[in-house]
Write a protein that binds this ligand. Structure first.
Ligand code: FES
Length: 127
């Protein structure tokens, strides 16, 4: 058995659909994703929308900020913060969030998602 990782860039929205210094929630494939347009830093980030603390689908409503050079989002419920670039929890907890690459081309925002495909070795022919 072999596991292959396939990465696809999926169109998420138009740039004008994003909120300046805020997030929007969208669904790509089976994932709820929070897309952030951090206007003050002129940067885009995408993370899972679910806050791992109490499993609330809420991070797209979080408040953006910076911890030193690290861009972060604060969950609106209990204010746990997560690095937008690495997903690390900055509140001292073990929980982290998934992050996804983002690119902007021709006024469209794209997010890269990966899928794993498991292949089975062919059965050797009988001799
Ligand atoms: S649900 Fe997000 S910090 Fe508690």
């Amino acid at each position: 058995m072999e596991t292959l990782v396939n990465t696809s860039w999926l169109e998420a929205c138009r740039t004008e659909d994003a909120i300046e210094n805020g997030g929007v929630c969208l669904k790509l494939r089976d994932k709820q994703i929070a897309l952030f347009y951090f206007t003050r830093r002129n940067e885009w980030y995408a993370t899972q929308n679910e806050c791992p603390h109490k499993r609330q689908m809420i991070l797209s409503r979080g408040m953006l900020g910076s911890l030193g050079d690290t861009p972060k989002v604060a969950c609106p419920f209990h204010k746990k913060t997560f690095a937008l670039d690495t997903g690390e929890c900055l509140s001292g907890d073990e929980c982290a969030i998934e992050t996804y690459p983002v690119k902007v081309e021709n006024g469209r925002v794209y997010i890269a998602l990966t899928t794993e495909v498991t292949t089975h070795s062919p059965i050797p022919a009988m001799q």
